[in-house]
Design a protein. Sequence first.
Length: 394
Amino acid sequence: MLPRKDKFDLPAGVIYLDGNSLGPLPKGALARAETVITEQWGQQLIRAWNSAGWMDLPVKVGDRLAPLIGAPKGSVATGDTLSIKVYQALAAALKMRPERKVILSDSGNFPSDLYMAQGLIETIGGDLSLKTPAPEAVLDAIDETVAVVMLTHVDYRTGRLHDMHAITKAAHRAGAVMVWDLAHSAGAMALDLAGCGAEFAVGCTYKYLNGGPGAPAFIYARPDLIQAVEPALAGWMGHDAPFAMDPDYRPARDAERLRVGTPPIVQLSILDAALDVWEGVDLQALRAASMRLSDLFIAEVERRCPALILASPRDANQRGSQVSFAFEHGYAAVQALIDLGVIGDFRAPNIMRFGFTPLFLDDDDIRQAAALIERVTRDELWRDAKYQTRSRVT
């Protein structure tokens, strides 16, 4: 049943519409962290790698994440950051198509993904290039010159949703490798990586999956090709036998070859506890609730706030679990709104962004939030001088 507000420690009086940026604290996460720090690390010391199951935790968490992204067990590796996982997936994909020289993304992709592609191109050299057509032009840009299609499933600014199956099919028809970034869709909707046939997918766990700030990323590799994947970052945790201390790299025989460094045990343990919230959740029902809540939000905001212009697709089937409005004074308006107890965020140049997580939001939350947005814009609360200076994090 949704919502599951009782499973989260949310501040009283706050309507949280920013779970698409950082999920709230799940109940049980703090207790798990205390256990890991005081009982396991504190009392068992280095023995905890064996006695507390630390060494097996990355695999355990990967297997718990797998059904949330439509992947089989054993195909998801956890650890490191999303940027590192993007780099790994891109590098491995390029090695699979050495005769091709184009990485295809889109102009709306998250900057870090594009930076990773640019850095990889500079590292490898040669005549590799990155092409970034408009999101709606991606399908037409996929041709026989493309080695890798790398896209973020849900646009971080507008919430625009790429058609995963159609684009993956087009990439394969052209002979390209498909890499999906699921940062804004894992935990927001049902996904079917196995069914669409994509070679790789990556994602973070601190947004809709509520793993906490700095929570480890994940990478998926299609099981039938894992033996052919050549890791660009050959870390010792990706070795087939790390503690053999072999001077020559021998990759693990499954997705674990895509691990790099020592796993962040405290963060992985918190994520493991956070995943308890998902037990028994029907992802199709979650998606339906998200679409209904976001449709309600659009209707309420447009009725109350004529100065705000919808920047997301109007059709819920064409957007993820977020809604964005353009407003000239968006940054200041978001800060004023936060002071009234509604937390959203801002993305340059003028986007007020709001996420919808049916695990802890209901219709009353949406109506109350829209009423407060109306107050901020109608009464021009955003004009207050304290809202005019931008913080480092917007």
